[in-house]
Each structure stands twice: as C-alpha cells, then as structure tokens.
Design a protein around this ligand. Structure first.
Ligand code: KG4
Ligand code: ZN
Length: 334
C-alpha cells in the first residue's frame, strides 16, 4: 500500500507547531515553537500576543519541519489543521497557512478537533485498540470519552466548571508559583504529605467532574492562613491538592472502564504529563488487567504530531473540507 504523508498544523493556543506524519504513526519531523516564556511574565496566555507570535513564527516553523523531513510540499498527500476549539486569533494563523498551502499545491484539507488530536497522540506510542476509554485532561478539558472505533467519540462525562489543568494553574498562582503551574505543583506534590483536609470534588455516580470547589477550598485556606499570620506549607498543600485530583479522576475512569466493559484506557492532554496521575493509573490498570497507554510527555502538551496522526485517520475516512472552513473557538468533539 502507498505511504500516506500528512502535513499538520497546530496553533490553538501558544505553541506554533508543524509536523509531518507517515501512515498515522510514524513521526517524520515535528517542530514545536513554544511561547511559554513570553506569556509566563503575564501569568497566563495573552491571546493578542499569542496570535502575533504565531504570525511571526509560522513560515519559519513550516520551513524547518520540511527541512528536517527532507521533503517538499509536493510529497505530501493531505494537510491537517486544528480548527478548534482554542483561541480564535491563534487558530486563524495555523488555519490560514494550511488553507493557503492546500490551495496552492492542490492538497486535500483535513480539519481536526484539538481534542481528537490529543487522543490520537497515543497512536505514536502504541496502535490504539478499540473499544477504548479516553481520559482527556488539559488546560481546557476534563472529559471521559468512549470510542467504539476510529473517529467515533461518545462523551460520557466532562467538567461542569474549571478544567483540571486550569485548576492546577490557579492553585499554583495562589501558591506564588509561575505559569503554567501544573508541572510545578506536580513536582512539589511528590515531596510532601497529605496533611490538608481538602474536599473530594463531585464524588457522585455520574462521569462529570467539578474542580472549582476544590480550587476555592485551596484559595480560601491560603487566604485564611495568611490572614492569621501563619505560613502555608506549599509542599503539603500541593500533595493534598494533587491527591484529591488524582483520586477523583482515577475513581471515575476505573468505573467507566468497568461499566462500558472496556479493557483499553488512553490518557490525553497536558495533564497526562502529571506524574501522580500516571503512577496511580499504572497501579490500578495493572491490578485490573487494563491496557493503559499514556503518551510520552512531549506528546501530552500541544504539538502538531498528534494532529498529523488524527489527520491520517480522518483523511482515510474522507473527512476533508472545502477552503471555506472556519476556525471555531468552541467546538463539539464528533
Ligand atoms: O493540553 P495542553 O498543553 O493545552 C491545552 O489544550 O489546554 O495542557 C496545558 C495544561 C496546563 O494547564 C498545564 O498546567 C497542565 O496542562 N499541565 C500539568 C502538568 N503538565 C502540564 N498539570 C499537572 N501536572 C503536570 N505535570
Ligand atoms: Zn491541548
């Protein structure tokens, strides 16, 4: 069978990324240009600055990816691009580049949902086996998704308020840590003890999540202690917070696997890089005979390789688009 090469674009937030993926699993070249240092001084991503930087970087990132792959656009079969959800000004830059190349070189355009990309990142580690449950944990999502087969996404639960990564970043901020705080809280969490009595968030029989109560409990605790002139123990606070988050994520995920009679679990999104979550899932999956796949950390955070993988499967299923495709800040996974 002829090899299929996908040129992929991801620019939904603050990473400008271009990748070339062969046959849905073979990473030929990926370039990720992160703006994290620029946004860190503002304590979060500034949309206007993000899109300006995408404009400045995109051409260079495309050229670098093609150079590393030793390929020309003529060698590519289709062009995949994240069209949502994300920051609209950021999405538009990747979209414009993808649409321009699609038009100029007469290559099919394949629109990809950002979360489909995160899920398909797992195929870079190990071929995805269906049916599966995907736990999607990122700065914008906390979803449990049942997949019967390729490109069939049934959302069985999601966050009712803050996404888990968002809660990590806000808790980190109140602890005086830099943006993005998730990895820093994760690091501290491994050094302390679970001494703070924090609530287990939304411990009910649905598959939904809610992290705003836990986040507020942390913020109130810190403010009260500081008002009383007491010093917070950030290390123990990080451990206590992370334990609650990991407990509820793993509890609902394991229940979903059981109820849906599924033996394959994949984890996706930036928070999949979390060491505490990885360790607990590894332990539980081993005990329950579940095959677990979590991408290497570099494929957990935003990158175009994952879009190239999802792009391959979408292309094979004929999910291409006309050039009037629009970027969408919010977009349902389907
Ligand atoms: O998937 P991603 O790169 O961007 C979105 O699509 O949202 O996820 C970014 C989020 C941030 O909130 C960041 O703090 C969080 O993932 N994150 C972590 C860790 N690494 C990244 N959260 C907890 N522990 C980590 N090790
Ligand atoms: Zn993401």
């Amino acid at each position: 069978m002829k090899d299929v090469y996908i040129l992929a674009f991801e620019s939904s937030c603050d990473e400008t990324s271009v990748s070339i993926i062969k046959n849905g699993y073979d990473e030929i070249a990926t370039v990720v240009l992160s703006q994290m240092d620029i946004h860190a001084s503002y304590g979060g991503v500034v949309p206007e600055i993000a899109s300006r930087n995408h404009v400045e970087n995109i051409t260079m990132v495309i050229e670098e990816a093609l150079t590393r792959a030793n390929m020309k656009i003529e060698d590519i079969d289709a062009i995949a691009v994240t069209y949502g959800p994300g920051l609209i000004g950021s999405l538009l830059i990747g979209m414009q580049a993808a649409k321009t190349l699609s038009f100029l070189y007469n290559k099919p355009l394949v629109p990809i949902h950002h979360i489909a990309g995160h899920i398909y990142a797992n195929n870079l580690s190990k071929p995805m086996e269906f049916p599966l449950i995907a736990l999607v944990v990122s700065g914008g999502h906390t979803d449990l998704i049942y997949m019967k087969e390729d490109y069939s996404f049934e959302k069985i639960g999601g966050t009712l308020d803050d996404a888990v990564g968002e809660a990590y970043d806000k808790v980190a901020r109140v602890m005086g840590l830099n943006y993005p705080g998730g990895p820093l809280v994760d690091k501290l969490a491994h050094q302390g003890s679970d001494t703070y009595n924090l609530p287990l968030p939304l411990d009910d029989d649905t598959y939904n999540f809610s992290f705003s109560g836990l986040k507020s409990a942390v913020i109130n605790l810190v403010h009260n202690e500081l008002q009383r002139g007491n010093e917070m123990n950030n290390v123990d606070l990080a451990t206590s917070f992370q334990n609650r988050v990991v407990d509820i994520l793993t509890k609902k995920t394991m229940r979903a696997l059981k109820e849906y009679k599924v033996n394959n679990l994949i984890v996706a999104g930036g928070v999949a890089a979390n060491k505490g979550l990885r360790e607990k899932l590894e332990e539980l999956c081993e005990k329950n005979n579940i095959s677990l796949t979590i991408p290497p950390v570099k494929y957990c955070t935003d990158n175009a390789a994952m879009i190239g993988v999802a792009g391959y499967y979408a292309y094979k299923l004929g999910k291409t688009s006309d050039l009037d495709l629009n970027a969408k800040a919010s977009l349902k996974l389907q």
